[in-house]
Ligand binder design. Structure first.
Ligand SMILES: Cc1cc2nc3c(=O)[nH]c(=O)nc-3n(C[C@H](O)[C@H](O)[C@H](O)COP(=O)(O)OP(=O)(O)OC[C@H]3O[C@@H](n4cnc5c(N)ncnc54)[C@H](O)[C@@H]3O)c2cc1C
Length: 388
């Protein structure tokens, strides 16, 4: 027997879940909405965790309407998609009409020797950032493992806090996988000009410490970097645990397989956010994206489709990344199949430029530092190409 009844059950109280619940109310849905999240805190935006929240504890809460019931510190353990019931941690259950899964992603762990030492941090929640802030006092030495957005952002933020930062990653330059070598070299140069040490083309062999605390990172090439703290930022893994145990189909990109209108393989059960692998009308195939604005947009789209619209999610994905107050990178795309041409506009030397990425003569993505008009143009061109 079910303890509760919800017309719409939203699982996961992050950006996608909170925006889905808010959009249902904004559209005038007057049934009961239950938003269930496993974290201690009510919904908040995740991007500040590596930026202003890390440096100054300033967070950005996500609004949840008063007439949405929010359960924090609660996990949905299992869904029976035929009986339309959900088992909650703590023993209760919910019967639902429709469900939206927004379970996000978890950090990718680095399973090397010494990984259990104290002082090795990962960043996904506000509490993770609190713990890092406490450990990484001004003057301390931090090694950042990874060359992607989180490692670059955290290196920039900690440097402004007086922390001595060294990055280690296997790519030739940071962010080159996302934006190519030209932009990668520019970003790396920017970080280095502010005092970040960068060990590119190297990996982590092991962490060392004589006692319980990490004291050293030994790299694959045999370098030894003394440190007080380590931050590992090597990507995220979509959280499909609930979807898998509930029998939903998964996709080749590790997410929950969804139609263009974000419906999973179980009719009436939708997905949105980092774990949603949807059939993108813009990209012409399945795509999974880990961006804040995409999670928000998909949450809203899922809400509309819960109410029966059946519309595809067709926003042009947008992403931004702040490197302290040194630079903001913005991008549309992403170029899921890569690119074979880069058009540079503006001046990289002056720090105001855009790069437009094309594949076989067709625009597939663009990034900019300080030239938003280029991004608007690229967005329009991507939209128009998909509609043609
Ligand atoms: C440090 C950091 C910085 C970032 N910076 C940027 C940025 O600058 N720009 C950008 O575009 N994107 C950024 N991102 C990515 C962006 O934050 C994510 O794409 C976005 O948070 C995804 O939202 P979501 O709702 O899909 O997942 P999440 O925000 O991960 O929320 C999912 C929630 O579901 C909960 N959950 C999981 N399973 C269950 C269950 N069974 N029952 C109940 N609850 C469950 C989780 O605990 C979590 O709270 C950043 C991410 C991180 C970690």
């Amino acid at each position: 027997l079910s303890d509760r009844r919800a017309d719409v059950l939203v699982v996961g109280a992050g950006a996608a879940g909170a925006s889905c619940a808010a959009e249902l109310r904004a559209l005038g849905f007057d049934g009961s909405v239950l938003l269930v999240g496993r974290e201690l805190d009510p919904p908040y935006e995740r991007p500040p965790i590596s930026k202003e929240y890390l440096s100054s504890s300033s967070s950005r809460p996500l609004a949840v309407p008063d007439d949405v019931e929010l359960l924090t510190r609660t996990s949905v353990m299992k869904l029976d998609v035929s009986a339309r019931t959900a088992a909650l941690s703590g023993g209760g259950s919910v019967s639902f009409g429709r469900a939206v899964l927004c379970t996000g992603a978890n950090v990718r762990r680095l399973p090397v020797e010494g990984a259990q030492l104290e002082g090795i941090h990962y960043l996904r929640t506000l509490r993770n950032a609190d713990a890092l802030r406490e450990d990484a006092a001004a003057g301390s030495r931090v090694v950042l493992v990874g060359g992607s957005f989180i490692a670059c952002e955290v290196a920039a933020t900690l440097t402004t806090m007086g922390v001595d930062c060294t990055m280690v990653f296997p790519e030739e330059e940071c962010l080159c996988l996302q934006f190519g070598h030209r932009v990668g070299a520019w970003v790396q140069g920017l970080l280095e000009s502010h005092g970040v040490s960068v060990l590119a083309g190297d990996g982590v062999e092991r962490f060392q410490g004589a006692g319980e605390d990490v004291e050293r990172v030994v790299t694959s090439s045999g370098r030894s970097v003394d440190c007080d703290v380590v931050v590992v930022g090597i990507g995220a893994v979509p959280d499909v645990m609930l979807a898998r145990s509930s029998g939903l189909e998964l996709g080749a990109r590790g997410g929950v397989r969804c139609s263009s209108s974000l419906e999973t393989s179980a009719p009436g059960v939708f997905a949105a956010g980092d774990m949603c692998e949807y059939e993108s009308v813009l990209h012409g195939g399945p795509v999974r994206i880990e961006h804040h604005e995409v999670a928000v947009g998909q949450g809203r789209c899922a809400a509309r489709n819960v109410m029966g619209d059946g519309e595809p999610y067709a926003d042009v994905p947008y992403f931004w990344s702040d490197l302290a107050d040194w630079a903001t990178l913005e991008a549309v795309g992403p170029a899921v199949d890569g690119w074979d041409d880069e058009e540079v506009r503006g001046s990289m030397e002056d720090g105001e430029f855009s790069v437009l990425y094309s594949l076989r003569g067709r625009l597939v993505a663009a990034m900019t530092v300080g030239r938003p008009d280029d991004l608007d143009e690229a967005r329009e061109r991507l939209r128009a190409a998909a509609a043609a």
